[in-house]
Design a protein around this ligand. Structure first.
Ligand code: GLN
Length: 190
């Protein structure tokens, strides 16, 4: 299976390596042609405002919206989660999201002192905790009826799934633990 990582900006390489270790043919996606060739896509962490702008500049917004509407599997991590969300709070006025994950996320909302932190997460379906690395992470403030919460920090959902869309508020590619990339590849194969 060919799995792309949106490579406009942000944490791309570690995702490519993790997907490769899971047996996927992992490729960086910067163009509509490259997007056409993949079966599934990771939207990485980085800066959602910048990625939103670059999606327009690289003429990827419409093709990606179309693939997502067609049901392509997608895994959004941190900024990528923001890009998939139905509602973005504390966003920049010009940033736009794809709205394929029915959640409201508030950007940078874990608070200044704990902008970045790590936490061992109990993830539904995984044996043993997953070490989550949170970097200026979004807080999920509302979860739609069709969204399954797979892990939380306190009251805040940090890993969600809706159909073939998976999203984490943290950076799963930075833990040296490929179980969530494996989970995504299995989801994409369905
Ligand atoms: N704070 C970033 C944003 O709003 C997300 C941070 C990240 O992806 N690590 O896009």
């Amino acid at each position: 299976m060919k799995v792309g990582v949106l490579a406009l900006q942000g944490a791309v390489d570690a995702h490519l390596r993790a997907l490769g270790r899971c047996g996927a043919d992992a490729v960086a996606v910067k163009t509509a042609e490259a997007l056409d060739g993949v079966d599934a896509l990771v939207l990485p962490g980085g800066e959602s405002t910048t990625m939103s702008m670059l999606l327009d500049r690289f003429e990827l917004r419409a093709p990606l919206a179309e693939r997502l509407a067609d049901g392509m599997a997608a895994f959004g991590t941190c900024a990528g989660m923001i890009l998939l969300a139905a509602e973005v709070l504390d966003g920049r006025a010009d940033q736009r999201s794809f709205g394929v994950l029915d959640v409201a996320v508030r950007r940078n909302a874990f608070g200044r002192q704990v902008d970045s932190f790590e936490a061992d997460l109990a993830v539904a379906g995984l044996d043993g905790p997953f070490h989550g690395v949170f970097i200026r992470a979004p807080v999920v403030e509302r979860v739609g009826r069709d969204v399954e919460v797979l892990a939380s920090v306190g009251a805040a959902p940090v890993l969600c799934r809706q159909g073939r869309v998976l999203a984490s508020a943290f950076h799963p590619e930075l833990s040296g633990d490929d179980r969530l990339h494996e989970l995504f590849c299995r989801l994409a194969e369905r």
